[in-house]
Ligand binder design. Sequence first.
Ligand code: ADP
Length: 447
Amino acid sequence: MFDKVLIANRGEIALRVHRACREMGIKTVAIHSEADREAMHVKLADESVCVGPNAANQSYLKIPQIIAACEITGAQAIHPGYGFLSENARFAEIVEAHGLVFIGPTAEHIRLMGDKITAKQAVKDAGIPVVPGSDGGITDIEEAKKIADEIGYPVLVKAAAGGGGRGMKVAQTPKDFREAVETASREAEAAFGDGAVYLEKYLGKPRHIEIQVLADQHGNVVHLGERDCSLQRRHQKVLEEAPSPALDTEARARIGEITRDAVAAIGYRGAGTVEYLYENGEFYFIEMNTRLQVEHPVTEAITGLDLVREQIRIAAGEKLGYTQDDITFEGWAIECRINAEDPATFAPSPGKVTEFHAPGGLGVRLDSGLYAGYSIPPYYDSLIGKLIVSGKTREETLLRLKRSLEEMVVGGIKTTIPLHLALLEEEAFRSGDYHIRWLESWLADRA
Ligand code: ADP
């Protein structure tokens, strides 16, 4: 096992990784930008290294500085968290070339899944159902138009390099087609330096269901069931739950097994998530994320496994040590993403936290680096914490979630806590009967 791990991230996820390391007896090295000098992950880590100025591309994304920080501190492995360099195949290669361990999949798998076109082909070959669409990227607009006619409108134009909901455009009718392709391609070229796009049938009211997998370096693979992430705004998840209120035992086992077998066939290692849209009893692959996900704690709550610990053990070459039969799902868990944003307009609200009180009690977990007196810098993502609540049943979990949200105090800035409280009053959410478009239409009605 490693003696020292460098955490190449910030915020709640840096803290999350630190906690797993601490419990495993591993020393931690935090990296930080100038703006993050006073951040909780820096305070708690055994050592810290400032890797650059405020902008992420000058600090958290600066590969040479991060490698240097490892060499200076003697860290043997790097945990990338999510975002930043976590899905950068080149980074994984550079880390390994320096004799360090990248806590994640191989560069080859990151690259394969990072391009949605190659990813879709690979999983399809491994037996996973995919959304009907163009087989591969589109090169000729007239050719593509024919394919779109065959798929049937509305058609979704998606960027191969897309992420975070960017590089996606709907063409409602043949008339909008050319414009959708051009906009999606331009957006993807600007954001990711790759304008390649492909076509997919646009599903109307699906749910977003994703399957968590763990694979060791010895060929053992398990799935840890699903998370339902259908509550989204601008294709970004707002609240996640496990299990999904929409799946029964049969559907869960079916998609779990298909996913696990495909991941094994691909030869994947590490933690990963296969994302699906689920409509009329059918699953359709949309992408695979080759990293820890923001919403991983709901899976931890119902399986009792520490996913970061598992990632570290796998990276160190250990065997899983359990089989699918040993994995059981107990109770219910819901995660609310708490952002430093206006709960009505979603305008960012960075600044000084004047007052802070964390909710607690049975079944309540708060992953957050906030403290009273901390100043949230304006340079990064607005996620400032995740409240994860679990209970024996969904009903119990909803009651617990309400009282925990009511207990939580974050003074001095605006947060999305009031949004989550309002959501809890909604029948569609309470009954679990919602799909990926529901939240946006609910928000539009309230505006
Ligand atoms: P990203 O990498 O940007 O997150 P995804 O492929 O994971 O892109 O899709 C993000 C979200 O976009 C999905 O959760 C869903 O809400 C929507 N979406 C993606 N593909 C489709 C599709 N074929 N039909 C309808 N909605 C889709």
